[in-house]
Structures are given as C-alpha cells and as structure tokens.
Write a protein of this length. Structure first.
Length: 228
C-alpha cells in the first residue's frame, strides 16, 4: 500500500481453522487502515455513502490539494460504529461510578456492580433515543442516574407476594409487611419456632452461634423481623 493513492483499497484472503476472512486495507494520508473481517467487500454504496475529503499539503506551492473518495463497505461500517464501545465505557466510568465507589472484594458483588453499571448506560442511551425530546438539552448521565434510582426505590410494579394490590411506595410496602433488620437479643442461643420466642440460655451476653438453618453460616446475629 506504500505507493497507492489516498482512498485506494485492497484486501488479502485468509483461512483460519476453516474460517475464511479478509484483511481489508485502505490508504490514508499518514497511515494504512487494516481491518480483519469475515464479511464485506471492496464496493461502496454510491447512494447512501457521502464523499470523504482528504487534504494534502503541496510543498512546492504551499497549497492544499483535495482528494475525494467514498468508503467501501467494511470501512464505512467501521467509521459508523467505532466510538460506540468507547463512548459507552466512558459513560460507565464517569466519576462517581458505581464500580469505583462500591469497594468490595466479593466476586458476586463485583459482577453485579458491572452488570448494574452496564444496564444504567443502556437505559440512558435508550432514553435518549426513544423518549428524550430532541429540542431540549440532553440530561447528563448523573442526572439520569439520580432519577432512575428514585424510580427504582419507588417502584410501583413491585407487588407483595401475599397480595395482588400494588403498593404505592417501597416505604409503605415495608411498613405493611414489617420488614426490618434487627439483632438477636442478648443471652439468646436459638429461636424456638414452635413457641415463637428466643431461648436465652447463654451466660455470656455476647456469645455468637451459627444459624441453625441448613447450610447457613451467619454469625452476625441479624435477621429480618418478619421471619426470625
């Protein structure tokens, strides 16, 4: 490609483990773009592809010469979508980010934080494309995240399993269901389900026992008020 003109293209065919591909190349002003793809051709859509302009400085006359050409199929698609992933990651990592502020070493929580951050940006992009008024200024990702968090906290679509009635807010739902994280009383070593009381058989006020539920290793002595 060294001696070719700006905008000239070429390709090399290849085969890797019975997977056929093409190495597409296009000469640019200062470099050669190379794309490896299993689809595409060196043809351009004349009707839907705009002309690309390149300006070359002529040393002898100190004037710029214009080169006009059209991108072929693989390079057109590359320039259309080259910023999608980078822009998405940029929005995901904007400070304060979910993954950056939630300092946790638990693998499950880290995976959840990643999925939550990805979903947040996906929702933001979907809102801008489908719902946002194009005549108004776009909200920032942080402003959108605050509104999204408030909507999730006061989610009217969440229902109580024991009732088909839709709760108006999470606070009302918690108040009606009696959900509250509490600690086991002092001197208690187990809970009697038959009598519905704590058995206080420990001499030490702060003794800690494993939960007696199958496969539970909770030693924090905390539980939900609705199911002691």
């Amino acid at each position: 490609m060294k001696n070719k003109n700006i905008g000239d293209v070429d390709s090399i065919k290849g085969n890797m483990e019975d997977n056929y591909y093409n190495l597409f190349m296009m000469k640019d002003k200062d470099y050669t773009i190379k794309l490896m793809s299993t689809y595409g051709s060196l043809t351009s859509d004349e009707e839907n592809t705009k002309d690309t302009l390149q300006y070359i400085q002529d040393p002898s006359s100190n004037r710029r010469n214009t080169v006009r050409f059209k991108y072929t199929e693989p390079f057109k698609h590359y320039y259309m979508a080259r910023h999608c992933e980078d822009d998405h990651n940029h929005l995901r990592h904007l400070v304060p980010s979910i993954e950056g502020t939630w300092v946790t070493q638990y693998w499950e929580d880290r995976v959840f934080a990643f999925i939550l951050a990805i979903s947040k940006v996906n929702a933001y992009k979907a809102y801008l494309y489908f719902a946002h008024d194009k005549n108004k200024k776009e909200p920032t990702i942080h402003a959108f995240r605050r509104k999204l968090a408030a909507s999730l906290i006061n989610n009217d679509y969440i229902t109580d399993d024991s009732s088909d009635n839709i709760r108006s807010s999470s606070r009302k739902r918690h108040r009606e269901m009696g959900h509250l994280i509490v600690k086991a009383p002092h001197h208690a070593n187990k809970y009697c389900h038959a009598r519905g009381i704590w058995i206080k058989g420990c001499a030490d006020k702060y003794q800690r026992f494993f939960c007696t539920s199958p496969k539970c290793k909770n030693r924090t002595r905390t539980y939900c008020k609705c199911t002691p």
